[in-house]
Design a protein around this ligand. Sequence first.
Ligand SMILES: NC(=O)c1ccc[n+]([C@@H]2O[C@H](COP(=O)([O-])OP(=O)(O)OC[C@H]3O[C@@H](n4cnc5c(N)ncnc54)[C@H](OP(=O)(O)O)[C@@H]3O)[C@@H](O)[C@H]2O)c1
Length: 271
Amino acid sequence: MSEPVTMAWIGAGNMAEALIRALVRAGWSPSSMRVSDVRAERLEWCARELGVVAAADNAAAARGADLVVLAVKPQTMAAALDSLRGEIGETATVLSIVAGVPTARIEAALGGRPRVVRAMPNTPALVGAGASAVCAGRWADDGDLARAETTLRAAGRVERVPESLMDAVTAISGSGPAYVLLLIELMIESAVRFGLTPDVARRLVLATVAGSARLLEATDLDPREARRRVTSEKGTTDAAIRELERHGVPAAFASAFDAARRRAAELAAGA
Ligand SMILES: NC(=O)c1ccc[n+]([C@@H]2O[C@H](COP(=O)([O-])OP(=O)(O)OC[C@H]3O[C@@H](n4cnc5c(N)ncnc54)[C@H](OP(=O)(O)O)[C@@H]3O)[C@@H](O)[C@H]2O)c1
């Protein structure tokens, strides 16, 4: 599938801006992107700063577009879908990045046989280092998935999963940055408590977290094995890991991920 000729962005918030910037950096033309938002001043800003075309409304943005990206908040999704009913072409791909809204609900609201692809991106997409998963709705084919993947890849990594696993993705990579950020926060706090300056602590911790991920990527090592290699018996790391286990931290993490997955399922069911 080649690059879509025209893209429509429904909702021009943080995520839309980040993805548009990433696409433009990757060589896509902003003048082929029509953007629509309920906030007029935000729309003007996008046209001025990003070089995209401000559409009169959602329907005008979507009409004739090859790819329609739904990027509003979950609570405003029903109104956005309502405004698009009957306005999306038969061959257009609809890419929803709206958390927790199943493809069946989008399809029913749009009417006809819309080619819906649902994605779950995460916050590091804002700096081009995101992790997204995509799944196809009832009418989307491989070409639609490929089109969605090409778009999201500008802002990081993309994986294909069945829709039944989207709640799991939400719990792991969607909410995932917050778990890692909590660890970063705690490491910095202790480093400062030990006497390091906040600046030095922050730089050491960020490099440690990014470096650990890079190490796994570069070596293909299993994380448990990589950890075993840096943990000598009765050494400092061993002392720390034993303390974490004594406090039940591994079990607490597993239970936290379960809670996130349960909540994602509840939200998808409309609770
Ligand atoms: N930010 C993230 O890191 C992240 C990560 C994963 C998934 N997501 C998903 O990405 C979606 C967008 O998030 P965001 O952070 O970019 O939200 P956002 O900054 O609030 O952007 C949404 C924009 O759409 C506008 N809008 C509301 N109703 C509309 C309508 N009917 N038609 C057109 N525009 C409308 C909003 O205006 P008002 O503010 O006036 O409502 C706002 O300007 C969310 O569904 C979220 O679940 C975000």
